[in-house]
Design a protein around this ligand. Structure first.
Ligand SMILES: [Zn+2]
Length: 314
């Protein structure tokens, strides 16, 4: 086995270990650490995007930064489009990726979700070079597979890769959704203030099987597990002016402290709103998107993406 391939396998095994520890979203500090390989230290990622450690013959990883518009990096067939380094197709990084394509070499794709947080997808393969658009087409393969030494791409595998890539795209988008929503709500439940992110979900306001149910912050609420379920079950809802409402039968029920403090006492309380990025900017996407307002504008409430109260059967 070539050294190049040995390092690739070591890198993927190391990533699998990290994912076991940290979950699907990896802190960039972790990724900046070098892995140990036969006495030398090898970094896995570079801010330049296309990265080839000096010990290797071909690139090991490609990276997209968190602020790239996500949709732009996907082509009409759901493949990822990866931008050339600069505009010169003959830049050594671009030449390296082209060689990786010709030899069908597995790469690692680091997808930036938020500053400092990445999801790793591997193995991925470069399947097309598009010089006129200065991009490479990238297909994902089974995630977290330990790489074998042979990579032969048959026609069947091509359609399999298209399918896997579109699944990976969905999953990345979902992962990004949770991270972005929790960050917007400062990692607390919008109903009860609970601040344990391990107990928090990003709930869709409009369910994700509806066309309006996009995985975007304007359609997200950070909720603890119990309030997420209760929200989906219409036990708890929110009015357009952010007042929490508890369903009448639940309000009248008599039971222990969970019901009293977890639900009944929240009735008519204010929802905790997502933070604004800067004063005067989007105070909350609950007002329907990128409104320049430092406080919720009652006039905008008609455009709210907030149908939840409709399902409270008072
Ligand atoms: Zn809660």
């Amino acid at each position: 086995m070539s050294t190049d391939l040995e390092i690739r396998i070591a890198a993927i095994n190391w990533l699998n270990e990290q994912i076991k520890i940290h979950g699907d979203v990896l802190p960039s500090k972790k990724l900046e650490e070098e892995i140990e390989f036969k006495g030398s230290r090898i970094p896995l990622v570079s801010p330049q995007g296309i990265f080839k450690p000096r010990q290797m013959e071909l690139p090991l990883s490609i990276t997209t930064t968190p602020h790239g518009p996500y949709e732009d990096s996907i082509d009409k067939n759901d493949y990822l489009l990866y931008k050339y380094r600069g505009k010169d197709p003959q830049h050594r990084d671009n030449v390296g990726l082209r060689k990786a394509m010709e030899r069908n070499v597995p790469l690692i794709y680091f997808h930036g979700i938020l500053p400092g947080k990445y999801s790793a997808v591997f193995p991925v393969f470069i399947i097309n070079d598009n010089p006129s658009e200065l991009t490479f087409t990238v297909a994902a393969d089974y995630e977290h597979v330990v790489v074998e030494s042979e990579f032969v791409l048959s026609e069947n595998e091509e359609s399999r890769r298209a399918y896997i890539t579109s699944q990976v795209k969905k999953r990345l988008h979902q992962r990004g959704f949770r991270e972005r929503v929790l960050a917007a709500y400062r990692s607390q439940c919008a109903f009860c203030n609970l601040k344990h992110s391990e107990l928090l979900d990003a709930a869709h306001i409009v369910p994700d099987d509806e066309p309006e149910g996009t995985p975007t912050v304007d359609n997200g609420l950070a909720l603890c597990k119990i309030h997420h379920s209760a929200f989906d079950q219409c036990i708890i809802g929110v009015t357009p002016d952010y007042q929490i409402k508890i369903r009448t039968d639940i309000l009248e029920e008599i039971d222990g402290p969970m019901l009293t403090y977890g639900f009944q006492k929240l009735h008519d309380q204010k929802l905790i709103l997502p933070k604004s990025k800067k004063p005067g900017q989007t105070r909350t996407n609950l007002t329907g998107g990128t409104k320049k307002s430092s406080r919720p504008d009652p006039q905008k409430h008609k455009t709210l993406k907030f149908p939840a109260i409709l399902c409270i059967r008072n």
